[in-house]
Write a protein of this length. Sequence first.
Length: 232
Amino acid sequence: MHAGREPHPASSAEADSSAFGDADSAIMAMAVLAESHDPHIGRHLLRTSRLVAALAAELRFHRRFAGTLTEANIALIVRAVPLHDIGKASVDPAILRKPGRLTPEEFTAMRSHTTNGRAALEASAQALGGMTPFLRFACEIAGGHQEKWDGSGYPAALAGEAIPVAARLMAVADVYDALVTARTYRPAFTHETAVEMIRQGRGEHFDPDVADAVLVIEERFRAIAAEFADAT
């Protein structure tokens, strides 16, 4: 290198890679902070991100999902998964930590994490000058992952195709992970039981094709649950 010559800047690819790594770290930190009531939340976020990625990869070329689940969109959806419960930062920690059944008032407060999470992400988009594709998926996931295919979910009682695809994937991943993870009030269900419960929820709780995808890649689900199991 000649004396006085400026060093070559990092390539755009290297810069983009670094930026995405920093962004993902920031997303994870915000998500963990929002759910600090749960000492195992980091593992939950890792598992659900990978479960959604596995589902998206399986459904990518399905005629119903090909338009949404492009390679670029899958990457954004997976990055948005850790923000699915960001709205829990607005819920009383005593409710989040309660081991028993919630009262109707407490359940109403718990349900608000969906609308509050979406509102916070929409406010972020406004502050940043507009909705980006990443924030759009994050809003869809935060606001829609508790909706059910038959319209019996919350917060908006959306049904069928009215539920965003990203939220439908998140719904299955979140339920599977909740079932195979121990809680203070119950032991973990087996992988087989969790998969059977998802099968039974086909067409009611879950998009039928998304539930069917779980049955196809259930061994991938089992492997993700084992690899990122909570520390004992």
